[in-house]
Design a protein around this ligand. Structure first.
Ligand code: ATP
Ligand code: MG
Length: 406
């Protein structure tokens, strides 16, 4: 390599030549994403790759990515290698003709007619990708066509502003947030924070660490997907359970359903010491008669007791007859609110296998009061969430009893 490894932050070095079709670099502010991607695009051009750098608004590109790439030229002493056109906003490698082109998505016509001087477009880097719409990104992606010896890549960089964002829904289904990294054949996701950037000044670090607003702290300091007001579950992430999970932590809950509503059951593990709750496996299906449901629940829970919705004593009796250790939930007054409050004190880690539960948790919100605030009434699908409350009912009640005694 022409440029020494010490010019890069270590977290990014393994991805200098990563070839996944979709690559996502996201995280907190000042984590070194833009500097790395600008430097990489430049070095890529020296190997013949043509990169289109886009942002939603053309006007913002000049001072950000275009300026950053030029800084890399200077930092790496590559002035002789590149011809810079300020009016066109492009760089051309003098040795092989490869280009870096900069375009705003607001300039639709230009995007449509764009072609690099030599060869096909091999790379698109969308900076601050949360600004772009899904449909625009799909259109852009189509630009990656034409013959090339290089593998085509779409790279997105951004701060994780909201879990409700389409990027989260589209790409983060299997992302283990606890680890902050996903490396698959066609998808790479890397989360970084200011801690990964050794070039920051003490002032920068202090400003980020001193951030008081919980939302800004979450998104820009910790680099985690932001939760805007109204979500019932505020402390959760997708991740794998620990290897040393104990059998005594296992719990199972079941919410009945048949025609309109599905029957829903969830297997969880409660680590009391760490205050963590792992959702391990789920069952969510309509049209199951009680004998079929019993089979499925036994497969999920093994011999564990299963705490069930108490509104259906007949179904509980039938499950028992089929060998499920079904118990009726107690459901005191205010049990929903109380159960949710208790759950929210735990850190919920949802396995990538529990897709439905993740969807419910994501969409479960407090009802709006019409004046910008919220009512203590949750809204949204809650089959698996109910099952989760039932699974932990005795834990939540036991803890309350202890708290009262104190
Ligand atoms: N490899 C590097 N060499 C020198 N300085 C660096 C390097 N990486 C980052 N920096 C410094 O850290 C600052 C922040 O990095 P960068 O702008 O890449 O962060 P970012 O992750 O894009 O942040 P944001 O999310 O706010 O856009 C840069 O302005 C630069 O001063
Ligand atoms: Mg940046």
């Amino acid at each position: 390599m022409l440029v020494p490894r010490s010019a890069f932050n270590a977290a990014y070095l393994p991805y200098l030549t990563a070839s996944q079709r979709v690559q996502i670099f996201y995280g907190g502010a000042g984590s070194g994403k833009s500097v790395f991607l600008a430097a990489r695009a430049l070095l890529d051009a020296m190997t013949g790759r043509n990169t289109l750098v886009v942002r939603q608004v053309a006007r913002t590109l000049r001072a950000s990515c275009f300026a950053e790439v030029q800084k890399s030229v200077a930092r790496f002493g590559l002035g002789d290698w590149f011809q810079v056109s300020r009016s066109e906003m492009s760089l051309t490698c003098r040795h092989n003709g490869a280009q870096l082109l900069f375009l705003g998505l607001d300039d639709v016509e230009k995007v449509k007619s764009l072609t690099p001087g030599r060869g096909a477009l091999t790379d698109i880097w969308v900076e601050e990708a949360t600004e772009t719409r899904w449909a625009d990104l799909k259109q852009l992606d189509k630009r990656l066509r034409g013959l090339s010896a290089h593998k085509k890549r779409l790279t997105l960089s951004f701060n994780p502003v909201s879990r409700a964002h389409w990027i989260y829904r589209e790409y983060f289904g299997a992302f283990p947030e606890t680890e902050g990294r996903l490396v698959q054949d066609d998808l790479l996701i890397l989360r970084t924070t200011y801690r990964d950037n050794r070039f920051l000044t003490a002032d920068d670090i202090q400003a980020l660490e001193g951030e008081r607003d919980p939302y800004f702290h979450q998104v820009y300091t910790r680099g985690e997907w932001g939760q805007l007001g109204g979500s019932v579950f505020t402390n959760w992430q997708v991740g794998m359970p620990p290897a040393d999970l104990s059998a005594t932590w296992l719990r199972c809950g079941l919410d009945f359903g048949y025609a309109r509503d599905p029957a829903a059951a969830v297997l969880v593990a409660l680590d009391r010491r760490k205050g963590r709750l792992y959702a391990l496996r789920e069952l969510c299906q309509s049209g199951l008669t009680n004998d079929l449901l019993a089979l499925r629940v036994k497969a999920l829970a093994g011999g564990l007791p299963v705490t069930c919705d108490s509104a259906e004593p007949k179904s509980i009796a039938e499950l028992r007859r089929h060998g499920v250790r079904a118990l009726a939930a107690k459901k005191g007054p205010d049990s929903v609110l109380h159960g949710l409050q208790w759950l929210n004190q735990l850190q919920l880690v949802i396995s990538p296998d529990c897709k439905k539960l993740r969807e419910e948790v994501l969409a479960y919100r407090w009802a709006a009061d019409g004046q910008g605030g919220f009512l203590p009434r949750p809204e949204g699908e809650d089959h698996l969430i109910d099952a989760l409350r039932y699974a932990l009912e005795s834990d939540s009640l036991a803890r309350d009893a202890r708290a009262l005694r104190r």
